[in-house]
Design a protein around this ligand. Sequence first.
Ligand SMILES: [Zn+2]
Length: 341
Amino acid sequence: MKSAAVVNFAPAKGSVEIREIEKPEIGEDDVLLEVANVGVCGSDLHQWTADHSWPVNYPVVLGHEFGGHIAALGKRVVGWKEGDRVVSETAAVIDQNNPMSRKGLYNLDPTRKGFGYGVNGAMTRFVRVPARCLHAVPTQLGFEQACLTEPCCVAFNAVVENSRLKPGDRVIVIGPGTIGILCAAMARLCGADVALVGLEADRQRLDVGKIYGCEGIVGDAAAWAKQRDGLGADCIIDAAGASVTLKNAMQWVRPNGHITKVGWGPQPLGFSLDPIVQKNVTLQGSFSHNWPIWERVIALMAGGRLDVKPIIGGVWPVTEWHEAFEKMHSGAVVKSVLKPA
Ligand SMILES: [Zn+2]
């Protein structure tokens, strides 16, 4: 039986098309996951527009934010059964003996390969998933929401693990894309006062941030940062895809404050980092997520404390991937979700 899949087949710009693919073979430690929903990520768009900076194993099925039912199990898989509702982590291939993996930080194993670029992803009906990637999804959490566990975990790692916010902190999140909005929502859950900062063209997405109780600011957030005592924000979370935003972050952060970078930009810096020294600021990177973060985020989503519905702009069959990608690319929606055709 063949199924339609969104395939990124070459490095040239626009090299994405629907192809009919066979049901994947699974290994002894894998399950066959029947996809219910899969989120479109900014990185899927980057592979489509060929402005990504990571190696891709062409041709590859896109999609790494997904959930569904277990359709078959490998011989050695224990603890799961056919029909179980699950979401999958993204680290499809890791070296279990890498010292980072042994520490539980397999997200930082440099040999890690993810779904959608290293191995076939989930923008199709069936995907092969190692059982160690699975997490159970309670029935009250629908898959259209559950498939977005992954970006929520990115936000949890940036905001909770890597920024250690405290109630009452004043936090500025730069960049109102999916990750920025979810970081802002997560900071609200931590009890922070939050401003979400974007450009003129981001007004619609800043309004989505307001649903999570965040202030929306176009352009300069210096006044908001200094509003309480004149010194600046406790933490800046940079979720923009441009290096230059670090300059704003250094300006808006208070002495002894914290800057966490979760957005990437390959552009070189054209300014001095001296404010980091002078203000005694911590500059922290944040990448991906691991098992305990997934368990915690699913609990937050299933318990209704973290609701991703406000960011979902629509659900399209995979065969209409182009419209779903285009809507996100133009900024008309924050997040597009697909389902098998
Ligand atoms: Zn992603």
